[in-house]
Ligand binder design. Structure first.
Ligand code: FMN
Ligand code: ATP
Ligand code: MG
Length: 346
């Protein structure tokens, strides 16, 4: 097996959050093309499971360590070219697991730009390819669409994190910490797509938003779980385009994480109430309320300088939605109304 030099990189935190959420069924790696030989700086749990390599072994290496002598050189060349030209490409090539067994890797790589012509990261998504079990064309297209969304949203978030980092003493490690949860929200979307059967999804571009947001809310409740804080989730079955779902998934992730992390400081008990409703005019309403301490006076949200707030503001803008923040009640209630046609601008 081709082996490469291992370069020290900042690792992702192995905390519960990452642990609980990195079980998504697609392998994802991030590499840093600014470092010598473009080493891996992040792998998710699915990558470890698919390849048998623990992150300790993968981090700091170039991904070519998965290849063997009989790996298709045409595919390798395509990858090399795409990386040089900062382009997206999908190839199928032979790779080897840690135990020596081989598998066909359907690999999509794409540059994640930070909006300033720089490419701070490359993203790679690996899925095992089996040609004896032809996959449904719609499913494949839907998954490709999700990859595309994951890429766009990761780029947006990375852009914002870097903007933030320039104004503070933020370290690459802190950059990763803030990125981790957001990556994983996007992975859950992929999970929802993969698990969904025909009757749940009306077409390749649509997804059951209620099921997806329930998945996101459950995951966040689990990773931020605090004793005495109950989470109530009540989601109508609403089918929306994938792009709407990704945007709203990220909004829910930010808002609900805030409730879990900030609302109940010094409290023994509390309730977070998440609701998704389709209103009679076709409008979709996402409602997240907590009965906690409330947003502190003087903090403008979501217009605040903090990253979470800015991500929400940006998503709400691109969804053409309205957000209202009720701080007069005991606690905080956030309502996002998405127009009936929910067309999304990127
Ligand atoms: C984000 C990313 C993920 C990659 N994942 C894989 C992989 O899973 N398997 C693989 O064989 N090569 C993978 N590669 C490609 C190799 O790292 C390398 O770029 C390729 O072998 C061509 O370069 P080389 O000719 O210098 O080896 C990936 C590259 C990038 C940027
Ligand atoms: N539900 C809530 N209850 C109490 N305070 C809140 C709530 N939501 C937000 N806040 C306050 O608003 C601030 C800004 O939130 P925001 O999500 O923008 O940033 P953050 O959570 O501090 O950091 P991150 O960028 O990681 O999300 C929080 O630090 C907190 O003080
Ligand atoms: Mg926050």
């Amino acid at each position: 097996m081709a082996d490469g030099e291992k370069i020290p990189v900042n690792r992702m935190p192995t905390n519960v959050a990452v642990d609980a959420l990195t079980r998504a069924p697609f392998a994802l790696v991030l590499t840093n093309p600014q470092l010598p030989d473009n080493p891996i700086v992040y792998v998710n749990r699915a990558f470890e499971e698919m390849t048998g390599y623990h992150s300790d072994i993968a981090l700091g290496r170039n991904c070519r360590f998965l290849q063997g002598d009989d790996t298709d050189q045409l595919g390798v060349r395509k990858l090399r070219e795409a990386i040089k030209n900062r382009e997206e490409v999908t190839v199928i090539l032979r790779n080897y697991r840690a135990d020596g067994s081989k598998f066909m890797n359907r690999l999509m790589i794409a540059p994640l730009t930070d909006g300033e012509d720089q490419v701070p990261y490359f993203m790679g998504v690996q899925t095992v390819y089996t040609d004896d079990e032809p996959e449904n064309e719609d499913t494949l297209q839907a998954l490709a669409e999700v990859q595309h969304r994951v890429k766009n949203h990761l780029s947006m978030i990375i852009g914002m994190i870097r903007m933030q980092a320039r104004g503070s003493k933020s370290t690459p490690q802190a950059e990763f910490d803030t990125l981790a949860r957001r990556i994983e929200t996007l992975q859950l979307l992929y999970e929802e797509m993969s698990d969904s059967t025909g009757d749940r999804n009306t077409g390749k571009d649509d997804i059951d938003l209620g099921a997806y947001l329930t998945r996101v809310a459950n995951a966040i409740a689990y990773i931020n779980g605090r004793q005495g804080v109950r989470v109530n989730i009540d989601a109508d079955r609403v089918t929306v385009p994938i792009q709407t779902a990704t945007q709203l998934g990220l909004v829910l992730s930010e808002v609900m994480t805030n409730a879990m992390q900030h609302a109940f400081e010094d409290r023994e008990s509390g309730l977070v109430d998440v609701r998704l409703q389709e209103l009679s005019d076709g409008m979709i309403r996402l409602h997240v309320a907590d009965d906690g301490n409330g947003i502190p006076e003087g903090v403008e949200w979501p217009k605040s300088d903090s990253l979470g707030g800015r991500i929400v503001a940006e998503l709400v803008r691109s969804l053409d939605a309205k957000i209202s923040v009720d701080r007069d009640i005991s606690g905080t209630m956030i309502v996002v109304d998405i127009p009936a046609n929910h067309t999304v601008t990127e």
